[in-house]
Design a protein around this ligand. Structure first.
Ligand code: GUN
Length: 283
């Protein structure tokens, strides 16, 4: 079998155009969705992500504001800034770019953001709402993955989904969202024994480990749906996923590429969450 490639980049364009129209309508009602991003330090990858978020916000008409703070910023200063933004009625979404410098307690920062402005969906209240099947802000990459599956009418209900990786940002929440869609979910991670026994049995395989070509066509079932979340830079500078695309494509029924796969959907869902927040505030 040769897989159909799911281009998140194309779906992202469609969704962003729909959002652009929606935001035009909201603006006419005097509602201007606004996202505030806090970036600490000068990590090049984080700077590039943040730039992408601003560009996409501009495109759909969401106001975006960036606070660039030095890596010497104290936890207290950051907490004060978040408190101000929590109280600012013009701000609908607050995003603190991760990772943070070691002297700042990441969890304390996540918990300081108002759950009603937590467009990342990382606050324990929003995680709890997601776990209990409530409508809330879902973490953007997992939400993007579910949206991609649905866009291709891929059946999730009753299917065996295997998630490789258990990060708080991707692995754990994508498993939860798949469970909410009635998949049977198995998590694999660095301590899993005989991981390939699981990956080879998956109807839907989500790989988020951050290791180039961690899995190949030999590790998947004929007809599987393969979602590759990894973004890894090879020594020659090219970007590649956690899955060896060419061999996996020959066995899968659907597969996402890297780049142009899951990546563009993450920012798209962030905009979705910001618009949702603006609407919630003006209900
Ligand atoms: N760093 C890597 N991915 C993310 C994300 O989705 N949100 C935030 N805030 N930081 C990140």
């Amino acid at each position: 079998m040769t897989a159909e490639v799911i281009y998140g980049s194309e779906l992202a364009v469609t969704l962003r155009n729909e959002m652009k129209e929606e935001v035009e309508g909201l603006r006419k009602q005097g509602i201007t969705p606004k996202l505030t991003v806090i970036l600490i330090g000068d990590d090049p990858a984080s700077q590039s992500y943040v730039k992408g978020k601003q560009k996409a916000s501009d495109y759909v008409g969401v106001d975006s504001e960036l606070f660039k703070l030095p890596s010497s910023t104290s936890e207290e200063e950051l907490l004060t800034r978040i408190d101000q933004l929590n109280k600012d009625n013009s701000v609908h979404g607050i995003l603190v770019q991760l990772p943070l410098p070691n002297h700042i307690d990441e969890q304390a920062i996540i918990e300081a953001i108002s759950p009603e402005k937590d467009v990342d969906g990382f606050h324990p209240i929003n995680i709890g709402r997601m776990m209990t099947g409530k409508d809330t802000f879902y973490p953007c990459t997992p939400f993007g993955i579910i949206t991609m599956l649905k866009s291709k009418n891929i059946k999730i209900d009753g299917k065996k989904a295997v998630v490789v990786g258990r990060s708080n940002i991707v692995g754990k929440p994508v498993g939860q969202l798949l469970l909410n869609e009635n998949a049977t979910v198995i998590y694999c991670h660095s301590r899993t024994e005989n991981m390939r026994a699981y990956t080879k049995d998956a109807d839907i395989l989500v790989v988020a480990v951050g290791k180039a070509h961690f899995l190949s066509g030999d590790d998947i079932k004929e007809g599987a749906v393969v979602i590759d979340v990894g973004v890894n830079r090879l020594e020659n500078g090219t970007l590649t996923g956690d899955v060896e695309f060419e061999s996996a494509k020959e066995k899968a029924s659907f597969i996402t590429p890297v780049p142009k796969g899951v990546g563009p959907m993450t920012i798209t869902m962030l905009l979705h969450n910001t618009i949702k927040s603006a609407k919630n505030f003006h209900q």
